[in-house]
Design a protein around this ligand. Structure first.
Ligand SMILES: [Zn+2]
Length: 313
């Protein structure tokens, strides 16, 4: 097997995408790519079988004689962190039939091949750090601002998972304990202010009218839209400044639908500058470069070991 070949799978709530890629430094060449619906209503066993099938079909489409190293990215958490034993169980996935199930073990057994796993935000951060907007940076914070908010930390080209596997989980930092309730059981999480649905709800609360985010962003003459976005950019600045104060990355890469808001890159960056503990802001805060491919590319990059704290035996 040629050393640079990898197979990545992006397992989403509505679609499963797989690609065979050839990695050469920061360049990614796609040799084969497939996409199928997740059909999560058909249950857990169906999803395991569908992921096995798309892996085998994509490898065959690329004319590979055997499976290359395989990585799978998905929403939710799939790690237990260092020092734990027993199967890795899925938590917090929006593909709910996976929650509480030993998905990685079951997939490896059905496939007869090892599989590396990470959540979708870590895959996004890894792909952008290695092949996208963060190329050449040693410390990258990648954020998905979409239907939820997730984050991932990449240090020198490798995911930093953290001692308990939650590194980069910025979306559930609590900004206001009396804020709107979050599915995680707390209130006022970053996700409840900066996800697409949260911004749309904030606009609806002001106006009684539900509009999609891109419409709100385009309504320059609508005081309620301007006020909603002013709150969004201010919250973005305050919340991101906290990350920068602690991690001090060279670059923050934004992905997900909300990252298309132009206001984040002027008023949002200005708000970060106001809140960060420095008299200037050198951190680059930029839009993603890989688009929808980040998930599947990041998954393909996973089979190299993630950074973990050394075990103290
Ligand atoms: Zn939360």
């Amino acid at each position: 097997m040629e050393p640079g070949l990898r197979l990545g799978v992006d397992l989403g709530g509505t679609k499963i995408e797989a690609a065979v890629v050839r990695l050469d430094g920061g360049a990614v060449e796609v040799l084969a790519r497939r996409r199928v619906p997740t059909e999560q209503h058909r249950g857990y066993e169906h999803i395991v079988a569908a992921v096995v099938r798309i892996i085998q079909d994509t490898a065959r489409q690329a004319h590979l004689p055997a499976l290359p190293p395989v990585g799978v990215g998905m929403p939710g958490s799939v790690t237990q962190g260092a020092g734990s034993s027993g199967p890795l169980l899925v938590k917090n996935s929006n593909t709910q039939c996976l929650n509480g199930r030993p998905f990685r073990d079951d997939l490896q057994r059905a496939l007869g091949h090892p599989v590396a796993f990470a959540n979708d935000a870590n895959c996004f951060a890894l792909a952008e750090a290695r092949c996208g907007a963060g190329r050449g940076c040693r410390v990258v914070f990648g954020v998905i601002l979409g239907t939820g908010v997730g984050g991932g930390i990449v240090l020198e080209g490798r995911i930093w998972e953290g001692a308990q596997g939650i590194a980069g989980e910025w979306g559930h930092v609590v900004l206001d304990p009396s804020g709107p309730p979050c599915y995680c059981g707390r209130r006022g999480c970053v996700e409840r202010y900066l996800s697409g649905p949260a911004i749309e709800q904030a606009y609806a609360a002001r106006t009684g009218v539900h509009r999609p985010l891109h419409e709100i962003a385009a309504r320059a003459d609508d005081p309620a839209a301007r006020a909603t976005l002013a709150t969004t950019t201010e919250t973005f600045g305050r919340a991101l400044a906290t990350v920068i104060n602690i991690l001090d990355p060279e670059i923050v890469v934004l992905g997900g639908g909300v990252s298309n808001l132009p206001q984040l890159y002027d008023e949002g960056v200005a708000a970060v500058r106001r809140w960060v503990f420095n008299d200037r802001l050198q951190t680059a805060i930029v839009r993603h470069q890989l688009g929808d491919s980040a998930g599947v590319f990041g998954a393909a990059l996973l089979p190299e070991p993630a950074l973990r704290p050394p075990a103290l035996s």
